[in-house]
Ligand binder design. Structure first.
Ligand SMILES: Nc1ncnc2c1ncn2[C@@H]1O[C@H](COP(=O)(O)OP(=O)(O)O)[C@@H](O)[C@H]1O
Ligand SMILES: [Mg+2]
Length: 366
């Protein structure tokens, strides 16, 4: 079913995770070829221009895009059944596509906006739909949903930017009373640890809050747990499967931006050394957390394992996890015996299945 499918891999983008997306795309494009698909790299530059062909290839190979301005586009028009290329007569030609593989991490790729455009274009795409993507990028709301489903989440205080700007002292007192220090301050919609900080005092709370409100209008203040960081890879639509756990061991105070991308001292341990009961609980929780948000295709579910109590707590979900050859998501599946070409092949099939399922929804009056 997947053989010969034309798969547009959309990568790059305007988010802080542009670089990592390039590396993810490099891996995925190769794996798609090995899976018998026809990959079609589509680069989105930092300026938001859409490029295909040799311009996209150049960016993929780590170079600069040779020209500015878009040489292709994605139009919200289902008649195209693919991507749109400017024609000499001023109109548009079609570059036919069977499936789109969004690989832009963070804002403008993982948050439901790109997925919305793909829905309007009526193109099948890999991963979660608009709603689940938007929820996945919104820590405040996905935690609320998990909590109301009885899943274990951290105690947290939600603060809106306006509340902070109007009464910083009052909000600091609220954090100290309800959470205490040390606490983690983070923008609700962050990624790559951008704007995430640890605070040990009211002065540090103020400084971290000031920083966090730059990245989102909602900020969370979490109880800081002394924890091991464990991650689980989930794959599937309505009956998803979960892998064993991988452990992240940063050599810094926490898994911050430096530890993620600038230093390579962080250790990844697969499989994580945990007992059978913990692994069983984690797998179960990962699938429940995934289904609770209505995810499809893939996601990486991240946990804290409290060193003091042994409790497993859900931290967050990533609906477009890193996909480089040394990223946790593909490594976890490789450990389960699902190598990269098989993994991307399954993702293409899941995308086609979900698109076919969505067509069963009645859109007209009886
Ligand atoms: N409540 C917490 N307790 C302990 N460590 C935390 C907490 N919140 C965040 N961290 C640390 O900060 C890192 C980034 O936070 P996270 O919420 O995962 O945001 P991001 O989406 O940017 O990855 C985590 O991997 C962890 O190292
Ligand atoms: Mg994280």
């Amino acid at each position: 079913m997947r053989t010969g499918k034309r798969v547009a891999v959309v990568f790059g983008g305007r988010s802080v995770e542009h670089e990592i997306s390039l590396r993810s795309a490099h891996t995925v494009v190769q794996a798609l070829s090995q899976a018998g698909c026809q990959p079609l790299p589509v680069a989105v530059t930092r300026e938001g221009h859409w490029l295909s062909g040799s311009s996209a290839q150049a960016l993929l190979k780590g170079g600069k895009s040779p020209e500015s301005g878009s040489n292709m586009s994605l139009l919200p028009d289902p008649r195209f059944r693919g991507l749109a290329i400017p024609a000499p007569d001023g109109g548009w030609d079609t570059l036919p596509v069977d499936v789109v593989f969004p690989l832009i991490h963070g804002i403008g790729g993982e948050d439901g906006t790109l997925q919305g455009l793909l829905e309007l274009a009526d193109l099948p795409y890999v991963g979660s739909d608009v709603m689940a993507s938007a929820l996945g990028m919104n820590k405040r709301l996905h935690r609320r949903l998990w909590r109301s489903a009885g899943l274990p989440v951290l105690k947290t205080v939600e603060i809106h930017r306006e509340q902070w700007e109007q009464d910083a002292d009052g909000q600091t007192r609220r954090i100290l009373e309800e959470i205490g220090v040390p606490c983690f301050i983070k923008p609700s919609g962050s990624g790559s640890s951008v704007g995430v900080g640890l605070a040990h005092s009211s002065e540090e709370i103020a400084a971290r809050m000031q920083e966090a409100v730059r990245y989102d209008e909602y900020v969370l203040a979490d109880r800081a747990v002394d924890a091991r960081e464990l991650e689980c890879a989930v794959l599937g639509n309505r009956k998803p499967r979960a892998t064993t756990l991988g452990e992240i061991i940063p050599q810094r105070e926490f898994y911050d931006y430096r530890a993620k991308y600038l230093e390579d001292t962080t250790r990844l341990v697969i499989p994580a050394e945990v007992d059978e009961a913990c692994l069983k609980t984690a797998r179960h929780l990962a699938v429940e957390a995934y289904l609770c948000l209505g995810c499809s295709g893939l996601a990486r579910v991240d946990f804290f394992l409290d060193k003091l109590t042994g409790e497993l707590i859900l931290n967050e979900i990533n609906t477009i996890p890193g996909f480089t050859s040394i990223s946790m998501y593909p490594l976890l599946w490789a450990h389960e015996g699902v190598e990269l070409p098989e993994l991307v092949g399954q993702l293409v099939e899941l995308a086609l299945q979900r698109h076919a399922d969505a067509r069963r929804i009645c859109r007209s009056l009886p």
